[in-house]
Design a protein around this ligand. Sequence first.
Ligand code: SF4
Ligand code: F3S
Length: 107
Amino acid sequence: MTFVVTDNCIRCKYTDCVEVCPVDCFYEGPNFLVIHPDECIDCALCEPECPAGAIFSEDEVPSGMEDYIQLNAELAEVWHNLAEKKDPLPDAAEWDGKTDKLQFLEK
Ligand code: SF4
Ligand code: F3S
């Protein structure tokens, strides 16, 4: 089991989640963050920390967002590790809550 970062993180990337992860298993891209499924210990600490509500347990990923499970696994292999909180993206507040943001994902 793993936790998964989903749609509403894109273009927000608040990074509150990385601060609480005991195993530092978050990986960062230009406008999105992912969790490495083989490193996540399923502790659930990150889920309530995300201001955007973008993190779900693998078995509770909302309908229509299932592709994010594979996307987290793929991108965690190529992006760099992020273990400390940083500033959110400049337009985070504007993008928080918008839907269908996958089209804006930068890899
Ligand atoms: Fe890290 Fe725990 Fe979140 Fe997994 S569930 S990403 S181990 S904080
Ligand atoms: Fe993204 Fe939420 Fe973390 S917006 S960077 S999953 S705190």
